[in-house]
Design a protein around this ligand. Sequence first.
Ligand code: CO8
Length: 258
Amino acid sequence: MEHVKIERNEKNPAVVTARLHRPEVLNALSSALMEELTGALGELDADPGVGCFVVTGSERAFAAGADIREMAARSAAEMAEEDYFAGWDAFCALRTPTVAAVSGYALGGGCELAMMCDLVVAADSAVFGQPELALGVMPGIGGTQRLIRAVGKAKAMDLILTGRTMDAAEAERAGLVARIVPADRLADEALDVASAIAARSAPAVRSAREAVGRAQEVPLREGLLFERRLFHALFATRDQKEGMRAFLEKREPHFTGR
Ligand code: CO8
């Protein structure tokens, strides 16, 4: 692949890193990059040996947004005809948990891609923002919807309407970022987070992830019912028996994803 490097982690093969690789344009998210990323992760999504994805960029940029050169001359009819950005839905539909490891710029579509991931680990150098209004457009891959859920209306409006950026510390305080580490620790920290997730029972991870995701879409009462049903269903797994037995026997559980 040209725009994305896929690496199975040497220390932990259950973790797969997708590294965005268009250094000459700060990892601008072209359609070709999106197809490579969603295609590769879509195939790995079905691999029971893979427990977590890490999506990352370079030290300078996670991604500086959708590819402005690719979009610049397009008409409204063309954008609508090809349903530009609809391909990213495949990324959101992945069932494997995804950690964004963000260093440098995460702007526009880059910030939106980070928010599509389950959680964001940021280098202290990370910069988040939605500068699309300066281009005469607006966020188009979820920014107006996910940012407000992550940081609330005040900051979402501030970032989107003025185009100002947030550094890593503010993004963590605001709830966009789960952890901040020094830039040289980013890859290790993301691997630690991803390894911890990959070591859990896969059905439990899937269910918990679905339930947390559902919380952003349905009223509390429905979300609680959804959670309870998933909780009950997990008692049909061997991993539930193993996890609880291991606790009582004071040993580490050995999960099989069944
Ligand atoms: N697309 C294409 N090329 C880019 C992009 C991008 N998003 N960002 C940077 N580049 C290119 C630059 O053009 C430059 O190329 P060249 O060397 O050929 O001139 C190269 O990357 C390096 O960039 P800079 O020289 O600008 O580097 P600086 O360090 O001076 O600045 C910045 C870094 C601040 C990140 C700056 O590059 C910048 O502001 N980039 C654009 C950020 C932006 O506006 N992102 C939002 C894009 S739009 C979007 O994401 C969603 C749109 C929703 C549309 C909805 C449609 C349905």
